[in-house]
Design a protein around this ligand. Structure first.
Ligand SMILES: Cc1cc2nc3c(=O)[nH]c(=O)nc-3n(C[C@H](O)[C@H](O)[C@H](O)COP(=O)(O)OP(=O)(O)OC[C@H]3O[C@@H](n4cnc5c(N)ncnc54)[C@H](O)[C@@H]3O)c2cc1C
Length: 412
C-alpha cells in the first residue's frame, strides 16, 4: 500500500493550497479530486463569473464610449465567443494549476475518495495510507423547497455558466454576492433582470449605505427589485411572488447560498474550506490552509467580503445596519466623485466609509473601482492594531483611489 504523510480529499482552493504548503514543508502529499482541480472557485465560481463580468463591464463601457470620443458602428455581443473567452480563462488557469501540482511532486488521484479509517483513504479500488488526513470537499448550491433545480428553467449558479443562449429575461432569487454579480452581468448584456430578496434591503449582509447604493444603481440599470419578498410557487414557467405578483421570466437563477458537501468523517480529520461550513469564500479557505499547515492564526472577523463588477463593493470588519447604528462609531465618509482618478476613469459612483472607535478602525465599506484592493489596506491596519493616528503618517500616491482612504482617515 502506498504511504503518504498527508492525504487531502478535494482539490479546490482549500485542498490544493494545503497540498502545496505541506509539500513546501517537505511532506509527501496525495490529493484526491473527483472532478477537476481548482474546485468550485476555478471551475464554477470565482473565476468564470469574473471572466463574464470583465466582458459585461467592457461591453457596458463601450456602449457609452462615444462620450469618451470613441465612435464605432455596430457594437454587438457574440455570446458564443464570450463563453469561449470564459472557458479559455478557466482552462488556462486549470492547466497552470495542474502543472504546479505536478512539478511540486504532489500525487493527484482523479477519483472520488473516502476515509475508511484514521489513516486510510479509499479511492476506486485502491487504499492509501496517510499519516494525516484533511477533508476539503467544498460545497454545493443550496436548494430550497419549491425551487428545486431542474437545470432548464430553474437554474443554479453552476447551470447559468453553461447557458447556450442569453435569455431575454431572468428572475434572480437572492441578492448576495452571486445574485448581485449575475444581475450585473446579465443586465449589461441587455437581459431584463428582476431580483427577489427576502430581506428588507439588497445585499443584506452589507452596510446599510452599501445596500442603498446598490438599490440606486439597480434602479438606474432598470433592474426590477422586490424586497421583503419571496417566491411562493412556480407553475408552467409562471413565478408567483409572495406579494401576489406573477412574473414570467425565461429562466430563474436561484442564488440563495451554498451548503457544505457531506462527507464521511468519523475519524476526526481536519476539515477546511467550504466543507467546514464557516465562511464560504476562497480566501477564507486559503487562510484556513495557512493556519493548518504553518500554524499562522488569522482573524475571522476581518475576512474581507467583495462583490465584483462596476463599481466593486467591498467591506471588512463591522458594518452598520442603520443611521442610528452609525452613531455608535466615529464615522468618516468620502464620495468617490471627490477623487481626480475617479473622474479620469469615468467611474465616479461610490464612496468610502470607515467606522472607528477609540482611535482604532472597526470596519470599512467601499463602493468604488478597485474596492477589492482598497479594502485590503484597512484589513492590514485592523489585523495589526494600527491606530488611526499612525495611519495618518502614511503618504498616499496621487492620483489614486487610495487617496480616498487617506481623506477618510484624516476625517477621523
Ligand atoms: C458563482 C460563485 C462565485 C464565487 N465567487 C467567489 C469570489 O469571488 N471570491 C471568493 O472568495 N469566493 C467565491 N466563491 C466561493 C468559492 O468558490 C468557494 O468558497 C471555494 O471554492 C471553496 O474552496 P474549497 O476548496 O473549500 O471547496 P471547492 O472549491 O468546492 O472544492 C472542493 C473540491 O472537492 C472535490 N470533492 C468533493 N468531494 C470529493 C470526494 N469525496 N472525493 C474527491 N473529491 C471530492 C470537488 O469536486 C471539488 O473540486 C464563489 C462561488 C460561486 C459558486
Amino acid at each position: 500500500m502506498e504511504q503518504f504523510d498527508i492525504g487531502i480529499i478535494g482539490g479546490g482552493p482549500a485542498g490544493y493550497t494545503s497540498a502545496l504548503y505541506y509539500k513546501k514543508q517537505g511532506k509527501s502529499v496525495v490529493l484526491f479530486e473527483k472532478d477537476e482541480v481548482g474546485g468550485t472557485c476555478l471551475n464554477r465560481g470565482c473565476i468564470p463569473t469574473k471572466a463574464f463580468l470583465h466582458i459585461a463591464d467592457l461591453y457596458s463601457e463601450l456602449n457609452g464610449a462615444d462620450k469618451l470620443g470613441i465612435n464605432f458602428d455596430n457594437l454587438n455581443l457574440d455570446f458564443e465567443k464570450v463563453k469561449e473567452y470564459k472557458n479559455n480563462v478557466v482552462s488556462k488557469l486549470r492547466k497552470g494549476l495542474e502543472l504546479t501540482l505536478k512539478n511540486s511532486g504532489i500525487i493527484v488521484i482523479k477519483e472520488q475518495a473516502e476515509i475508511t479509517s484514521k489513516d486510510r483513504i479509499k479511492a476506486g479500488e485502491t487504499e492509501y495510507c496517510c499519516k494525516k488526513i484533511i477533508v476539503a470537499t467544498g460545497s454545493k448550491p443550496k436548494e430550497i423547497k419549491g425551487l428545486e433545480y431542474n437545470h432548464k428553467f430553474i437554474l443554479s449558479s453552476d447551470d447559468i455558466l453553461e447557458l447556450e443562449h442569453l435569455p431575454k429575461s431572468v428572475l434572480i432569487v437572492g441578492s448576495g454576492a452571486i445574485g448581485i454579480e449575475w444581475a450585473r452581468i446579465l443586465s449589461s448584456f441587455n437581459v431584463e433582470v428582476t431580483i427577489v430578496e427576502l430581506a428588507q434591503t439588497l445585499c443584506p449582509l452589507a452596510d446599510w449605505e452599501v445596500s442603498k447604493r446598490i438599490e440606486r444603481q439597480f434602479k438606474m440599470k432598470k433592474i426590477k427589485t422586490y424586497l421583503a419578498c419571496s417566491v411562493d410557487k412556480i407553475e408552467d414557467k409562471k413565478v408567483t411572488l409572495s406579494n401576489g405578483e406573477i412574473v414570467e421570466p425565461d429562466c430563474v437563477l436561484v442564488a440563495v447560498g451554498r451548503e457544505a458537501n457531506e462527507s464521511k468523517n468519523d475519524f476526526n480529520a481536519d476539515v477546511i474550506g467550504d466543507a467546514s461550513a464557516e465562511i464560504m469564500l476562497a480566501h477564507y479557505a486559503v487562510s484556513q490552509a495557512k493556519e493548518l499547515v504553518f500554524d499562522i492564526p488569522f482573524n475571522k472577523k476581518t475576512v474581507p467580503s467583495v462583490i465584483y463588477g462596476t463599481p466593486e463593493i467591498a467591506w471588512v470588519g463591522e458594518v452598520s445596519k442603520s443611521k442610528e447604528e452609525d452613531e455608535k462609531y466615529d464615522k468618516s465618509m468620502l464620495l468617490i466623485s471627490a477623487l481626480g482618478k475617479a473622474h479620469c476613469d469615468n467611474n465616479i459612483d461610490g464612496f468610502i466609509k470607515i467606522l472607528s472607535k477609540d482611535g482604532k478602525i472597526k470596519g470599512a465599506s467601499i463602493v468604488s473601482k478597485e474596492a477589492s484592493s482598497l479594502i485590503q489596506q484597512i484589513a492590514i491596519a485592523m489585523d495589526n492594531d494600527i491606530t488611526v493616528k499612525d495611519l495618518k503618517k502614511t503618504c498616499f500616491a496621487h492620483p489614486t483611489y487610495s487617496e480616498g482612504i487617506q481623506e477618510v482617515i484624516m476625517g477621523l
